[in-house]
Write a protein that binds this ligand. Structure first.
Ligand SMILES: NC(=O)c1ccc[n+]([C@@H]2O[C@H](COP(=O)([O-])OP(=O)(O)OC[C@H]3O[C@@H](n4cnc5c(N)ncnc54)[C@H](OP(=O)(O)O)[C@@H]3O)[C@@H](O)[C@H]2O)c1
Length: 271
């Protein structure tokens, strides 16, 4: 088999996708601005070299770019011409084919590649660790601060997303569909905080913010103004119940049930 290009290879899903593909014997080209294969969505000079010797690719869109199609559609053309035949795109649960942003890319991939999958995960469990704003807030204040109220989300493990990505990249038969990925249960942030308290033995609470106060709260933690506004938008989606549903896609594709938030917390959340 030729190689698999993994973009966003230093990030939350890409690093896990690259590890799982390597474990399954695939030849991985790990790409990002800081990875072994230098790749910048905004530098077309890095694009042709990234798809050298590649017939499949995992695409993480340019981060928080409201118009990712501007750089992704020309790259898809270049990749197809260079011999890439299977594409797995990371989108999100809220955006369907033809929708805004990655929805345009989703539509284009389904129309121009014979082998494809679009992964549409809900909120990542890993938002409470690493570089995410929730993680920064937890480290600074032992609270998870949201304006989501009692809204619930079916948080999904990035490891499960990576398992689904690896399977859809390597399977003999292409998925040729989109896959909405969730964890096994829908949880409020009160419950998330309670689980983190139980698994760490430290008191961790859900701080309920008014959306109007959220940007200032996160600015006071030293995070950019835009982060607070982004979280207001994300939390309004959870508050409205739009992330309150589960799917069996992880188990259907991988044969293994989706990881629970408790199991994630015991394995990955700092004690
Ligand atoms: N967090 C959630 O709850 C959630 C839920 C659903 C969907 N999503 C989607 O997940 C995506 C993010 O995926 P992720 O969490 O796996 O990634 P991530 O952890 O946010 O990391 C971003 C990756 O992209 C790379 N990158 C950043 N700027 C780049 C550029 N200009 N050119 C090329 N690569 C660049 C980074 O590496 P370098 O800095 O080395 O370039 C890094 O490898 C977003 O599209 C988001 O909408 C997130």
């Amino acid at each position: 088999m030729s190689g698999v290009l993994v973009t966003g290879a230093s990030g939350t899903t890409g690093s896990r996708v690259a590890a799982r593909l390597t474990a399954r014997g695939a030849r991985v080209r790990a790409a990002s601005r800081s990875s072994a294969v230098a790749f910048d969505w905004y530098d077309p000079g890095t694009h042709r070299g990234a798809v050298d010797g590649v017939d499949r690719m995992y695409l993480v869109p340019p981060v928080r770019d409201p118009d990712p199609q501007a750089v992704m559609l020309p790259f898809l053309d270049l990749a197809r011409t260079a011999g890439v035949r299977r594409v797995v795109l990371l989108s999100n649960s809220l955006i369907a084919a033809g929708g805004p942003s990655t929805g345009v890319v989703h539509q284009a991939i389904s129309e121009t590649f014979e082998e494809w999958a679009v992964l549409r995960p809900g909120w990542f469990m890993q938002n409470v660790i690493g570089g995410h704003a929730h993680a920064a807030c937890l480290r600074a204040t032992s609270t998870i601060a949201t304006s989501a109220g009692d809204g619930r989300a079916a948080f999904v493990d990035a490891g499960d997303i990576a398992e689904v990505a690896a399977e859809t990249l390597l399977s003999a038969v292409p998925a040729n569909t989109d896959l909405v990925l969730t964890g096994p249960e829908s949880l409020s942030y009160d419950t998330v905080a309670a689980i983190l308290t139980q698994t760490t033995g430290r008191e961790i609470t859900h701080r309920r913010l008014d959306p109007a106060d959220q940007p200032a709260f996160y600015r006071a933690l030293g995070l950019p103004e835009a982060t607070g506004h982004f979280l207001v938008a994300m939390d309004s989606i959870v508050a409205a119940g739009m992330e309150d549903r589960t799917t069996d896609t992880v188990e259907r594709v991988t044969g293994t049930p989706a990881r629970s938030f408790r199991d994630f917390a015991m394995a990955e959340f700092p004690g």
